[in-house]
Design a protein. Structure first.
Lengths: 114, 206
């Protein structure tokens, strides 16, 4: 440890001694309780407002969750299955070809009839 | 009434000023027990706050704030054994909040303060007492000037270690930070203060 190090240590000790001893005033304890009471009343007022707000938002969240469950269930029941989709697609293809044949008969057939 | 904390070897050097049961009762909401805690610790906290903030006129206000915070946070205290580090943590936080607020205020307040100090010094009667008070005032001013070379956080940490005499283990509990991290931070802060001290000694300003 250098001289300056020990000098600084001494200075810290002197500083401790130089700081004035603060005696608590007569109003120290009542002051604490006054602050506690005022914060209590602020907390109480805040709770009075916050509680209905909390209850309202909780109810809203619950309602939204229920609605989303119901709509999901409805969508699941009405949605076509994979097999349904395949059948529907296959039928559409068949119809297309059938109609295509019917609507445009080959020109050779018409010539024979004549 | 005064008991030593036996379960925690860290706090061997420091005595707990209230019994474990009193803290338990205060934690449960017993106002009389809380009053007992305040009565036991108010002087210690006033002293610590005084050394941390360095402005005598606001010490009582900050100390009251510490106890109000204690009242509202006692239910978060895990065990009565960690009560003192907890109280120190609240003290450091309240002092730091005060210093931040005070920093925002203008320099004019500082000028008022020094005027007040001068007036107080002037009003002291007797040559010897006046001399002693002047020396003390010089020491405080010099130390405050040295502390200006570190941040407010480091100033508080350094004060707790070097002036309040808290051990590294105690500081670890107060700050909830790893001891090695604290060591590094303390070393750097002390080095800065030491350099400023060396310069001041070399210049003959102290």
């Amino acid at each position: 440890m250098t001289d300056n190090d020990s000098g600084l240590n001494d200075l810290f000790q002197k500083y401790r001694a130089a700081c004035p001893e603060v005696e608590p005033g007569a109003n120290f304890m009542p002051g604490i309780w006054q602050r506690i009471e005022s914060r209590h009343s602020f907390r109480f007022a805040f709770q009075q407002i916050a509680r209905p707000l909390m209850a309202g938002s909780a109810a809203l969240v619950l309602l939204l969750v229920l609605l989303s469950i119901v709509s999901n269930e409805h969508a699941r029941l009405t949605a076509p299955s994979y097999v349904d989709a395949l059948i529907a697609e296959h039928t559409a293809e068949k119809t297309y070809y059938t109609e295509a044949i019917r609507s445009t008969p080959p020109s050779g057939e018409q010539m024979d009839q004549r | 009434m005064f008991i030593k904390s036996r379960q925690d070897p860290v706090l061997k050097s420091r005595v707990m000023l209230v019994e474990r049961e009193t803290i338990e009762k205060a934690r449960a909401g017993d106002a009389a027990a809380f009053n007992q805690v305040v009565l036991a610790y108010r002087k210690r906290i006033l002293g610590t706050v005084s050394r941390l903030i360095g402005r005598p006129e606001d010490v009582e206000d900050v100390a009251q704030e510490v106890f109000v915070r204690l009242y509202y946070s006692l239910d978060q205290l895990r065990t009565p054994e960690v009560f003192e580090p907890w109280l120190y943590r609240l003290t450091v936080n309240a002092s730091y909040d005060y210093l931040r607020r005070a920093k925002r205020r203008s320099e004019s307040r500082m000028a008022d303060l020094s005027e007040q100090q001068v007036m107080m010094a002037d009003s002291l009667a007797g040559g010897r007492q006046e001399d002693e008070e002047r020396q003390k005032s010089q020491t405080r001013e010099f130390m405050d000037a040295l502390f200006r070379h570190v941040s407010e956080e480091d100033r508080l940490l350094l004060t707790l270690k070097e002036v309040e005499g808290l051990s590294l283990k105690e500081l670890e509990k107060v700050y909830g930070v790893n001891e090695n991290a604290l060591k590094v931070r303390l070393f750097r802060a002390r080095q800065r203060v030491l350099k400023a001290y060396e310069r001041a000694v070399a210049n003959g300003s102290f």
